[in-house]
Each structure stands twice: as structure tokens, then as C-alpha cells.
Design a protein. Sequence first.
Length: 77
Amino acid sequence: MATINIWQQFKALLPEGIRVIATIAANNGNGTSQATLRDGSVITVKGESISAGQMAFIQNGEIKGTAPDLAQYEVEV
């Protein structure tokens, strides 16, 4: 009888890596793009599927898809 590792099943449900939202600043033409994070820092990511000026989901240094362009608010508690 095979045992089932519940912890491994739980981990399989969670996405790997950190997902952030960034604005695509430019497509480099070599399979990478420049992305500007919300704090103003610029990173190079894999992929050119999103046009410059659009928001994108970035996960593990790669463009995963288009993100909605929503307003950002900061609230102190």
C-alpha cells in the first residue's frame, strides 16, 4: 500500500515563486523586456508578450500574463 504525503499534496496547490505586478517599459528584441516595479526599480524579465506601457504579472523573472491596470492605495493602520 502506497502512503500519501499530505504535505506534498498541499505544496502542489501553491504557486512556486513570488508573483509581482510591473509595468513593461520596453521590449528588448532579444526575448527579454524591461519592467518597472511599483517601487520604481527596473528589472529585466524573460518574454516579450506584453507591449510597452501595459501591466504584467511577473513570476520567477518571467512574464506570465497581462495584469489589470488598477489604482494603488496606501493606508496606514
